[in-house]
Design a protein around this ligand. Sequence first.
Ligand SMILES: [Zn+2]
Length: 261
Amino acid sequence: MRLDPPFVAQGETVLVRVNGAAGGTVTTAAGGKVPLLPSATGAWAVLGVGLYVPLGNATITVTGTDEAGASLGAVSARYTVVDPARPADYLVTTEETAAILTPEAGATETRLRGEQFASFDATPRWRTAFRHPVLGFEVSTQFGSGRSINGGPVGDFHSGEDLAVDEGVNVTAAAPGRVSWVGAMPIRGNSVIVDHGGGVKTGYHHLLDTAVVVGQQVEGGALLGHVGSTGFSTGPHLHWELTIFGVNVDPETWTTRTFPH
Ligand SMILES: [Zn+2]
């Protein structure tokens, strides 16, 4: 079994390869189970290392299976979680915007996230690095920044990357996939989720409008909607997320690196 990279920052992606296996299961450091998928060179998975996981050594266990589905036994491997030293972001909003962040809105958001990550398409659809979903953007808040709202304590980490761009600009799919969720969320606003297979999904949030329906197959670059400022937002931008089995990781990494399968 090979883990790449062996040292990985909180909020980043690890590639797992098991030569000689046709499938199997990965038990993650947190105890979750994700499928190992067949690939040309053996079995394969990508794992998201969460923003909140402890620093230091993490152990995963892989049970590979052969083509007939028989177990090849369990092997363990270790990677080291390192501190990415991400910046803090001191957000100032109007009272009207701050009023969106109620406990009820948080509960609804959590329930909708549960729906969005209840199932995953198996077969990975990407062939190359992902593309940015808007053109002509400036990164206004990095993924994983600590967040203080209106002078409050630095609390949650930012779950996506904010791409600031004018309202109405086209938002396009970062890679091929299937539209798995379309709707309004109290905090993330009008949203589209695309399932790229292999546990990987991208989310497009605060949209002005949406241009796709659930179940639609899209190529990379296909129009999903337009940039807006719906939900908890201080101005037009795209809040772009990339999740692996529901764990948020830095989408920017996926634009510079190809995770082969
Ligand atoms: Zn954001």
